[in-house]
Design a protein around this ligand. Structure first.
Ligand SMILES: O=P(O)(O)OC[C@H]1O[C@H](OP(=O)(O)OP(=O)(O)O)[C@H](O)[C@@H]1O
Ligand code: HPA
Length: 189
């Protein structure tokens, strides 16, 4: 299990975004091409390890979307996307998101107070995205049953947990060392 995921991550090209070492992988970028077997395996790992007694899966645009779709098809649980586009719908909540290489706005729609959710994204790195998103969901009184970042890069996950009080489930922990992805551990180790 997870052999395909590990191999794919270790083969990731690294590109510079300013000083930031950005790995490029099908899970986090859809580039190079994603194999259905790998996507299915990730959905199954999440389904097996995380409490799926939830009303909705919530994805963060863009690279949470394919993961939420796969998980939705594997569980029959509906999903909604926190978009980078503003709709101006009633109840829409704006979030400011900051990563290690950029910033943008995100918009929460169609989540109700007390709704039980699982939040999913591809990567937690500095933790900026998850901290602002989870805190905004808490302000809306959403019942966050689980938060998933499939890939944990560096030490940002601990910061998210400290700042939000919400445990983050990740499948693979990695870092970029000397221009290469090094896998530190997986959920199976
Ligand atoms: O922990 P952080 O440092 O915040 O990094 C993680 C975030 O960075 C990426 O998003 P990005 O804004 O690049 O958008 P994308 O999903 O559209 O590629 C990734 O999809 C996470 O949302
Ligand atoms: O290095 C990265 N690669 C892909 N997605 C990311 N999101 C945050 N950091 C990264």
């Amino acid at each position: 299990m997870l052999e395909e995921v590990k191999k794919s991550l270790e083969a990731s090209p690294i590109v510079k975004k300013g000083d930031y070492n950005y790995f490029v992988n099908p899970i986090s970028d859809g580039v190079p091409t994603m194999k259905p077997s790998m996507l299915r395996e990730l959905a199954n790992v999440v389904k097996e390890h995380v409490d799926m007694d939830i009303d909705k899966i919530v994805a963060i645009e863009a690279m949470g979307i394919h993961l939420a779709t796969a998980l939705s098809l594997a569980t029959d649980i509906p999903f909604v996307i926190i978009r980078k586009r503003q709709y101006g719908l009633e109840g829409e909540k704006e979030i400011s998101q900051k990563t290690g290489y950029g910033s943008s706005k995100l918009y929460i729609n169609d989540l109700k107070e007390g709704e039980k959710i699982l939040l999913i994204d591809d990567v937690v790195s500095t933790g900026g995205t998850l901290i602002s998103t989870l805190n905004a969901l808490k302000e809306l009184n959403i019942d966050i049953k689980a938060a998933v970042a499939v890939i944990e890069k560096g030490e940002g996950k601990k910061l998210v947990e400290k700042e939000t009080g919400i445990p983050i489930f990740s499948v693979v922990k990695l870092d970029v060392i000397d221009g290469k992805v090094v896998i530190e551990k997986t959920i199976e180790d």
